[in-house]
Design a protein around this ligand. Structure first.
Ligand SMILES: [Zn+2]
Ligand SMILES: [Zn+2]
Length: 276
């Protein structure tokens, strides 16, 4: 059983579905056997500064998380986290934001590239293979800069744009970029960042996590072992979703442990696939 969920969203995320409170998420986590939960609401620096969505009230979020920590202290480790997007577009602002709130788990994500909308809103159907390949290379460039910028604990949902390519009924073979991926993953390892395996791919109909075995294989071959596991749940029901599938998948990819990071401390747990 894997009992860490390092990537979840509460009502403080702009795209919250149903407005579930931190307490709702904690209760659901406990009922599903989760022992370590990070609440990592969205904060895409560009979106907040450019008015694409309203910034969450981090002070209030922190209060709710502190209350949950006390209430569930015997049953659940709760981490005050954030999913920080587009840090490289506003480095100075990102640094002061992180300094101000002292988050315990910082996920780094790339939802937006400079001058572009969230990949979620791209019309992938209209793009030909050449355009999709160009998009992928630009994404990798931002991703590499994000890793170099540092200040985060986990690189989350690598292959995020591919999710929308596939949901649009298209495929993109990314093997042409393996040398770049290898270079980025080596930087992830050197920076002692965790690499997230995001199980939302299962419940969103992709049949596998993000990233998939191809990228996980490169990471493992480079010596990477620090897998962080996250459901990216926006509703209680999805906390810890598809963990049995993910456990088998990770084992097949050659990993034996998953990890949870809080205040730079890394917790480890063996992946067990018996009885699944
Ligand atoms: Zn995300
Ligand atoms: Zn997320």
């Amino acid at each position: 059983m894997m009992t860490y969920d390092s990537h979840t969203h509460s009502a403080y995320s702009f795209d919250s579905a149903g407005g579930y409170s931190v307490d709702d998420m904690c209760r659901a986590a406990i009922s599903k056997g989760i022992t370590h939960l990070a609440i990592t609401d969205h904060y895409d620096i560009n979106a907040v500064l450019e008015g694409l969505y309203t910034a969450p009230d981090i002070e209030k979020l922190k209060e709710e998380i502190e209350a949950a920590k006390k209430k569930y202290r015997d049953r659940l480790v709760v981490s005050f986290g954030i999913e920080l997007g587009s840090a490289i577009q506003y480095k100075k602002e990102a640094l002061s934001f992180l300094e101000k709130y002292e988050f315990e788990t910082v996920l780094a994500s790339v939802h937006y590239m400079r001058g572009h909308d969230d990949f979620y809103n791209w019309d992938m159907k209209s793009l030909n293979t050449q355009s999709l390949e160009n998009m992928w290379l630009l994404y990798l460039k931002d991703l590499e800069e994000t890793v170099e910028f540092g200040r985060s604990d986990v690189l989350c949902h690598l292959t995020y744009p591919i999710r929308y390519v596939r949901l649009a009924g298209k495929e993109l073979d990314i093997s042409f970029s393996d040398d770049i991926l290898e270079r980025i993953l080596k930087k992830v390892i050197k920076a002692q960042m965790l690499l997230e395996v995001n199980t939302s791919g299962y419940y969103q109909g992709l049949g596998e996590p993000l990233p998939d075995s191809h990228i996980l294989g490169i990471y493992r071959d480079c010596g990477g072992r620090l897998i962080s596991l996250g459901s990216d749940a926006h509703i209680p029901r999805n906390i810890g979703a598809s963990y049995a599938n993910a456990a088998r998948y990770l084992k097949k990819c050659g990993f034996s442990e998953v990890h949870f990071i809080k205040n730079k401390e890394i917790y480890k747990q063996k992946i067990q696939t018996e009885n699944l």
